[in-house]
Design a protein around this ligand. Structure first.
Ligand SMILES: CC(C)(COP(=O)(O)OP(=O)(O)OC[C@H]1O[C@@H](n2cnc3c(N)ncnc32)[C@H](O)[C@@H]1OP(=O)(O)O)[C@@H](O)C(=O)NCCC(=O)NCCS
Length: 257
């Protein structure tokens, strides 16, 4: 049977089973974005219809988790903004101001390793688009974290996202999943997600020492981290790329949305 989309507002108790999902999916450093963490827990209270899991009734199993937020978007590339930090903040501001959303933004697609490589990535994206369509929104915008960028941390993001394979498809597998569904590749965003900490924080998050001031490649980093020993600070900007889905297009339809 096809997995069902279950929103947090429908069955919050399903989330008790997946408390460890974030740590299974993200490298430790990725869990420390200051701006993201300011809002993340409130997503469930303020946007419970926009957080969902893919649930397999036959196995009674949660297979994947998706996070989205309704936002204002003027339809231009410039209007997409600098990245995920700005987008989540703007979504909460729009809600406080009682504004009308004009698009949905993806915030995270999370598939634990044991459920990868069985085509769920495409189902997760189709589910995000379906939530947007269900709310009358014609576009799903996504600040995408290209999964293989971690192998090329010193290559600028605007170059990396344009790489293609011999068959002409995007080089990055996660970008490929999006474009295969008919989405458009938008602008690269070099400073999407800010992660800052002390040198000791960064040493514990990455499991490597940073003996002097400089830019370092580190495990699973999409770019380098700038370590400043004199200021006892490490700064990292995660690069993303905007991808735009038209929710009225040819996306696969799901069983219950
Ligand atoms: C990104 C993610 C959602 C993709 O899910 P998935 O189950 O691996 O996706 P699929 O099985 O549909 O594979 C997608 C593509 O990646 C390829 N792929 C999967 N693992 C790969 C690997 N280790 N190396 C190279 N390619 C890989 C697949 O072959 C497929 O490409 P193809 O369609 O051209 O064959 C999942 O890996 C994940 O949750 N990652 C961690 C969190 C994250 O980065 N989320 C996205 C940003 S918000």
């Amino acid at each position: 049977m096809a997995p069902r989309v279950v929103r947090y507002s429908e069955r919050p108790e399903l989330w008790e089973r997946i408390e460890d999902l974030s740590s299974a999916v993200w490298p430790e450093y990725n869990l420390h974005g200051e701006e993201l963490n300011r809002y993340w827990a409130r997503l469930y209270e303020d946007f419970p219809d926009w957080q969902f899991v893919l649930y397999e009734p036959d196995e009674d199993a949660v297979l994947a988790e998706g996070h989205t937020i309704p936002v204002g978007w003027d339809g231009t590339y410039a209007g997409l903004g600098p990245g995920i930090d700005a987008t989540i903040a703007a979504g909460f501001r729009l809600r406080s101001a009682g504004g009308q959303p004009t698009a949905a933004s993806a915030l995270a697609a999370e598939i634990p390793p044991q459920h990868r490589s069985r085509g769920l990535a495409r189902v997760l994206l189709a589910a995000m688009a379906a939530l947007a369509r269900d709310a009358g929104l014609t576009h799903l915008i996504a600040p995408v974290r290209p999964s293989q960028k971690e192998r090329y941390p010193t290559i600028p993001i605007d170059r990396y996202v344009r790489w293609t394979r011999a068959d002409g498809l995007p080089f990055d597998p996660w970008i490929r999943v999006h474009t295969r569904l008919g989405a458009r590749l938008g602008p690269a965003i070099p400073r999407s997600l800010h992660i800052a900490g002390t040198v000791a924080d960064w040493e514990s998050w990455t499991g490597m020492p940073f003996p002097e001031t400089g830019d370092y490649v580190f495990p699973a980093g999409l770019a380098t981290v700038r370590i400043d020993r004199e200021r006892n600070r490490g700064d990292y900007w995660e690069p993303n790329v905007w991808i735009v889905h038209d929710t009225t297009g040819q996306l696969p339809r799901l069983a219950n949305l």
